[in-house]
Ligand binder design. Structure first.
Ligand SMILES: C[S@@+](CC[C@H](N)C(=O)[O-])C[C@H]1O[C@@H](n2cnc3c(N)ncnc32)[C@H](O)[C@@H]1O
Length: 310
């Protein structure tokens, strides 16, 4: 997609939250394909072993500064998805920003964790790896076709502490205080990725944003309800609209006894959550949310929040 094809209405929204001088860089970053990246599955191989074997095949790799299992692929002769490392589940091809939310989740071996919107399983498999295949993950996904991809990825990466459920995520409000931690990597309006993709770039519109925001709010309420006291909830999206990010978190802050925890990714150019947007009264804690702007961080646009239930 060309930058001049980005919807005017979308850009008008962005000018409300980004300084004028950054808009051109932002537009370019929004349509550029992301740097290819993958995550090493430490259940099957070490980062060192994978680096050596892929470099021997001609891949040029750079380790992510902020994540020991993450690598950028700068040049390659073949597709990573066709390598033995991929088929043996030693690597998982994953956008760099998609690796972020699992880091502050700090999954531990003996925990029960709900992944509320799980397919195709990039983050479920990352959580399973952090838990060393111990404890329990409930990976929920309502879309049957996407469940197939989730199942395939769990098998390929050797994740055996996970059960799959097929529910609308809002169902989990019926299971109060059932999980130590919940990840809600929410279905969103995809503003961080859609303008790179010819097939879905025309999907964007204000109704898509408002419909997504409503669902995200309901899913986040279910996620908080299903978390035990003192438990952690990570809420993330790959979209830019404050309606789906800060404003969703702002609403639940008023309704639940929760707190936003600060999150620092060492080596990532991260920005604070917005505390000013239109006429909304936004809680000061929202500053602790993390915004990833693609032109600053050089990875895909992303938003995430770490919430602690009191
Ligand atoms: C951003 S994707 C999740 C990506 C996944 N966490 C990963 O890292 O591989 C959002 C997912 O939410 C699912 N979804 C849509 N509506 C849902 C709902 N009502 N409850 C739970 N999940 C839903 C979509 O089918 C989609 O698979």
């Amino acid at each position: 997609m060309q930058t001049q094809e980005i919807p005017k209405l979308f850009l008008e929204k962005v000018t409300e939250i980004l300084p004028e001088k950054e808009i051109d860089d932002f537009k370019k970053a929004l349509v550029e394909p992301p740097l290819k990246s993958f995550r090493v599955n430490s259940l099957r191989a070490s980062p060192k072993e994978v680096k050596e074997s892929l470099e021997a095949k001609g891949f040029k790799l750079t380790q992510m500064e902020w994540y020991k299992y993450g690598f950028f692929v700068n040049a390659f002769g073949a597709s990573l998805g066709n390598t033995l490392e991929h088929f043996l589940g030693k690597i998982y091809v994953q956008d760099a920003s998609s690796m972020l939310p699992v880091i502050p989740l700090e999954a531990e071996e003996d925990e029960s964790i709900l992944d509320l919107a799980a397919a195709p399983g990039s983050k479920t498999t990352q959580i399973g790896m952090d838990m060393k295949n111990q404890g329990l993950i409930v990976a929920n996904e309502p879309n049957q076709k996407r469940i197939q991809a989730l199942q395939d990825n769990l098998e390929r990466l050797g994740i055996i502490n996970t059960v799959i459920t097929r529910n609308d995520g809002r169902y989990f409000r019926k299971m109060p205080e059932a999980f130590d931690k919940v990840l809600l990597d929410a279905p969103c309006s995809l503003e961080g990725t859609m303008f790179k993709d010819e097939k879905i770039k025309h999907k964007w519109g204000p109704n898509f944003v408002s419909g997504s925001a409503k669902l995200e709010y309901e899913l986040l309420k279910a996620a908080i309800t299903a978390t035990k006291p003192k438990g952690t909830i990570i809420y993330s999206t790959c979209t830019i609209s404050p309606e789906e990010n800060e404003l969703v978190v702002n609403r639940v802050l008023k309704e639940f006894d929760i707190e936003i925890k600060p999150v620092e990714f060492d080596g990532v150019n991260q920005s604070n959550g917005l505390t000013k947007y239109k006429d909304f009264e936004i809680d000061k804690q929202i500053k602790r949310c993390v915004r990833i702007w693609p032109h600053k961080a050089k990875i895909g646009a992303f938003f995430l929040t770490k919430i602690m239930k009191k």
